[in-house]
Design a protein around this ligand. Structure first.
Ligand SMILES: CC(C)(COP(=O)(O)OP(=O)(O)OC[C@H]1O[C@@H](n2cnc3c(N)ncnc32)[C@H](O)[C@@H]1OP(=O)(O)O)[C@@H](O)C(=O)NCCC(=O)NCCS
Length: 135
């Protein structure tokens, strides 16, 4: 089935939340998406099929120095059909257009399909140690 990659619209929210839940990701608070993450709305993308069903989602950010990708998820029944690849390729095109020279992302070590996917897209592990502190 033909898929169309387009910018997220708020009417997609319930479908996007469902995709994140099905992928085992927490659903980002709507206020967070509307606020900081919404500064570059063109980096929030969905893959929509010919029936208007949202089959995949990815959220990108750009802070002026680095791009960041988070919350990539494809409908579990529609994986290995190239949807993830198309979403990330479209996001890379949009980040490049903003002047972004490099993209970072996190993958959990217990996510073998995620690790294989990102490697297939040319994203390589770096030895940096992630540091974090709750405020
Ligand atoms: C990771 C994920 C987004 C991939 O989406 P997808 O649409 O199935 O991926 P694609 O079909 O575009 O796969 C592209 C390539 O990635 C690799 N790949 C994807 N899934 C894979 C898997 N389960 N095992 C091995 N390689 C895999 C393959 O090289 C694949 O190319 P091929 O099918 O021609 O061999 C999807 O599995 C998913 O939603 N997972 C749960 C959420 C998640 O882990 N997100 C990423 C967190 S960082």
């Amino acid at each position: 089935m033909t898929l169309h990659i387009r910018t997220f619209e708020w009417g997609d929210w319930d479908a996007v939340a469902g995709l994140w839940e099905a992928a085992g990701s927490s659903v980002l608070p709507r206020a967070e998406v509307e606020g900081t993450l919404g500064r570059t709305p063109e980096l929030f993308l969905v893959a929509v099929d010919a029936n208007g069903v949202v089959a995949g989602v990815v959220l990108g950010t750009y802070d002026g120095r680095r791009g960041f990708i988070l919350r990539l998820a494809v409908d579990p029944g529609r994986r290995r059909q190239g949807i993830g690849r198309e979403l990330v390729a479209a996001l890379e095109t949009r980040l490049r257009a903003l002047g972004c020279p490099r993209i970072n992302l996190f993958v959990l070590p217990d996510n073998p399909s995620g690790l294989r996917f990102w490697q297939s897209m040319g994203y390589l592990p770096v030895p940096d140690v992630v540091h974090t502190k709750p405020l």
